[in-house]
Design a protein around this ligand. Structure first.
Ligand code: GRF
Length: 192
C-alpha cells in the first residue's frame, strides 16, 4: 500500500500534529506525516516532530514582512519539493491568501475547535460559554477562501458541563480533536 504523504502546518505546541504522527505509526494508516512545517522558528511542535524523526522545517514569516503571498510561495515550494500530497493545518495561526488556498484546493484540511458553522475565528470556547451553549465540539473541513468556511468532513460533539471553564472545555474538546483529525484525515486520503 502506498501511503499519502502529508505535511502538517503548525504555529504552536502541535498537539494535533502529534496525534496525526501517532496515528500514522500504525502500518494500516493510509497516510504518513513526512513534513512538519511552522511559520515561526520557535513553534514548540517543531522539536516534537524532530524527536519523532520527522523533518521539521521553519519557514519564518518574518523576513517576508507583510508579503504573505511571498511567504506562502516559499511554503508551497517546500511542499512540492518533498512530494507532499495533502496538507493538514493544525493550529496554523495565519490567515492564508488565495494563492496557497488555490494551490492546494481539495487537498488542504483544517481543524477548528467549534461545531462549524458556529463560532468561526478565535476564542471559540469563551464565546460558546458566554452564549450559554449546552454543546461544543470540533470540526475538520476542507480549506477554502473564506476562513473556517470550507466543506465539513467530520465533527465531534462535546457536552458543556455545569461549571465549565474555558480551560476545562478546551481540554475536553482537544481530546476529541486528536481523535477526529486522525480518523477524518485517514478517511479523506482513502477517498483520493
Ligand atoms: C487547536 O484547538 C486547533 O483546533 C486550533 O488551535 C489549537 C491548536 O492546538 N486551530 P495544537 O497546536 O494542535 O496543540
Amino acid at each position: 500500500m502506498s501511503r499519502a504523504k502529508v505535511a502538517v502546518l503548525i504555529s504552536g505546541r502541535g498537539s494535533n500534529m502529534e496525534a496525526l504522527v501517532r496515528a500514522a505509526r500504525d502500518p494500516a494508516c493510509p497516510f504518513e506525516v513526512t513534513l512538519v512545517l511552522a511559520n515561526k522558528p520557535d513553534a514548540g511542535g517543531l522539536a516534537i516532530a524532530a524527536e519523532a524523526g520527522i523533518e521539521a522545517l521553519a519557514v519564518d514569516q518574518k523576513p517576508f514582512g507583510k508579503d504573505r503571498e511571498a511567504h506562502e510561495r516559499a511554503i508551497d515550494a517546500a511542499l512540492r519539493q518533498r512530494g507532499i500530497e495533502v496538507v493538514a493545518l493544525a493550529g496554523y495561526m495565519r490567515i492564508l491568501t488565495p494563492f496557497l488556498v488555490e494551490a492546494w484546493e481539495g487537498r488542504m484540511l483544517n481543524i477548528h475547535p467549534s461545531l462549524l458553522p458556529a463560532y468561526p475565528g478565535l476564542d471559540t470556547h469563551g464565546r460558546a460559554l458566554a452564549a450559554g451553549e449546552v454543546e461544543a465540539g470540533c470540526t475538520v473541513h476542507l480549506v477554502t477562501a473564506g476562513v473556517d468556511e470550507g466543506p465539513i468532513l467530520g465533527q465531534a460533539r462535546v457536552p458543556i458541563l455545569p461549571g465549565d471553564t474555558e480551560h476545562r472545555l478546551a481540554e475536553r474538546v482537544l481530546e476529541q480533536e486528536h481523535r477526529l483529525y486522525a480518523a477524518t484525515l485517514a478517511e479523506f486520503v482513502r477517498g483520493l
